[in-house]
Unconditional design. Structure first.
Length: 86
């Protein structure tokens, strides 16, 4: 199965279970909160991840354009997925 087939399956699963991505993102947020409370080292790692997330939001339109040129509709899906996961 090629990449296109896997993407189609992922999109199909997203349409069947639209609640899954928000639920996974919520759980990841709680895991991050628990990790943050565990110590200074993990707090620094979480702060670095937040900074990288901010950087992602800055370059998101550029990446979306690049992906849309290569494969129509895929760029929008991939960029939205990553942004919602942040």
């Amino acid at each position: 199965m090629g990449v296109a087939g896997r993407i189609r399956r992922l999109i199909g699963a997203h349409h069947r279970y639209p609640w899954l991505l928000p639920a996974v993102s919520f759980i990841a947020g709680w895991i991050g909160f628990v990790m943050f409370r565990r110590g200074e080292t993990l707090a620094r790692a979480m702060a670095l991840l937040a900074l990288l997330g901010w950087f992602w939001l800055l370059i998101e339109p550029w990446i979306r354009q690049r992906l849309e040129r290569r494969r129509p509709k895929m760029g929008n899906f991939v960029v939205n997925f990553v942004s919602q996961s942040l």
